[in-house]
Design a protein around this ligand. Structure first.
Ligand code: PLP
Length: 439
């Protein structure tokens, strides 16, 4: 161990002490697991996380000067790639005018308008600072609006880390093999029913809402099967429950607005986040005016935030939304399709059984010979060491995937033909390592 004082002295750029390993060691002394969010610690794939120095477009660079083609893209918060000049400019000029006021701003109005204009049926939104808050508050609103307490969620769907929603969520909790979380009381999850994705559950009149990722992207990528979302809509209508689409990943990533229009099923409430903040902390939930007016101050559902609707985050988000058009989404889908095709081809050539599901700009990699349709399938595909080996083999070749088999790949508009080619070349060699069991 290096004494903290020495490390601080040695922390200048280019210093030989300033490595991923030394930073991780220092981080672990002062932060649980050395990270601010669990998946980043590489617990499920092992090894030392790379500490980022900077990033630009599709590329990310660590403190040791290694460069990677980045498919994490802040778990989907970025869609234009890192440090897009227009976003950097918007953030800089917003910050120069003050970073937070605790009073309303024009940009909140513009962002709310941008969301409502692009999401038919979503007439009002409340901005938050994270997707977690958006989902938590949407549930509170659904309960208030129906006067009921039960909520139904699907195993493997992640809706942030609020107590009631942490039961059998995918993503980080799945990575760590935790069923939910310690510290969450039975009371907090007593009204949460967890059911299997892609099967329409029987609902009772105690159910306030059903919350779902319309395209599940926190247990790898699991698309809704035909009839699933329409079936949920009908089941909710039958008992008077609200349908909540958690579109923190899918919103503004699969098309301009909600994926409801792509899928043909309309929810009652939406949750957004990630893309709409352009890489800064944000979330939003929205729905029809008659439900949304129950939120304080017009109604009795309390919901608030010191930094909600933050002027810098709204500037970044507005810039991203105004940059995206139909051509952008066509390009994103094309990139994902080319990657999926290429990855599948080289896997098959290597004799490795893999599924590479795609939905618009999202793609997943699951080491199984069967399509994954629910969390059980996702768990089975994540057993064994194939993903771990693939992950490290790719990283050694300069391609950064998420350090967990339960995450998806997020190609951005900055990922070009060269990135795709290099990724597929790396995958060809990585699958050979997976097949040979070389770690
Ligand atoms: C990321 C995510 C959240 C939580 O958003 P945070 O900003 O991390 O709190 C909620 N729902 C889904 C579907 C997500 O992917």
């Amino acid at each position: 161990m290096i004494p903290v004082s020495d490390v601080q002295v040695a922390a200048g750029a280019g210093d030989r002490w300033r490595t991923n390993a030394t930073l991780f060691e220092r981080a672990q002394r002062v932060m649980p697991g050395g990270v601010s969010s669990p998946v980043r610690a590489f617990s499920s794939v092992g090894g030392t996380p790379y500490f980022v120095e900077s990033a630009k477009g599709s590329r990310i660079r660590d403190v040791e000067g290694n460069e990677y083609i980045d498919y994490v893209q802040s778990y989907g918060a970025l869609v234009l790639g890192h440090a897009h000049p227009a976003v950097v400019e918007a953030v800089a000029s917003a910050a120069a005018a003050g970073t937070t006021y605790g009073a309303p701003t024009e940009r909140e109005v513009l962002l709310a308008e941008a969301i409502c204009d692009r999401v038919p049926g979503c007439e009002q939104v409340r901005l938050t600072s994270s997707g977690t808050e958006a989902a938590m508050s949407a549930i509170r609103l659904a309960r208030a609006s129906t006067g009921r307490s039960r909520l139904v969620k699907f195993a493997g769907c992640y809706h942030g880390h609020s107590d009631a929603l942490l039961a059998a969520s995918g993503s980080g909790a799945a990575t760590l093999g935790l069923p939910g979380s310690m510290g969450v009381t039975e009371g907090a999850v007593g009204d949460t029913l967890v059911v299997a994705y892609n099967r329409v559950p029987n609902l009772t009149e105690e159910v306030a809402c059903v919350i779902v990722e319309p395209v599940a992207a926190n247990m790898g990528l699991v698309s809704p099967e035909p009839g699933f979302l329409a079936g949920l809509r009908a089941a909710c209508d039958e008992v008077g429950a609200l349908l909540v689409f958690d579109e923190v990943i899918t919103g503004f990533r699969l098309g301009q607005g909600s994926c409801a229009s792509l899928i043909g099923t309309q929810p009652d409430l939406w949750c957004f986040g990630k893309v709409i903040g352009g890489g800064l902390p944000i979330g939003a939930f929205g729905g029809p005016r008659e439900i949304m007016r129950m939120i304080a101050p017009t109604g009795g559902v309390y919901q608030a935030g010191t930094l909600s609707g933050n002027p810098v985050a709204t500037a970044a988000g507005l810039t991203v939304l105004s940059t995206l058009d139909e051509t952008s989404y066509a390009q994103l889908s094309q990139t994902a399709a080319l990657l999926a095709r290429g990855i599948l081809d080289v896997a098959q050539a290597a004799g490795v059984k893999v599924q590479v599901p795609v939905f618009g700009s999202l793609l997943g990699i699951a080491f199984t010979d069967r399509p994954v349709r629910d969390f059980e399938g996702a768990r089975r595909a994540a057993e064994g060491s194939a993903y771990t080996r693939f992950f490290h083999a790719m990283l050694r070749r300069g391609v950064a995937l998420a350090p967990s088999p339960f995450e998806v790949l997020f190609p951005s508009l900055a990922h070009g033909a060269e990135d795709i080619g290099r990724t597929i070349d790396a995958a060809r060699e990585a699958f050979a390592e997976v097949r040979e069991g070389v770690s």
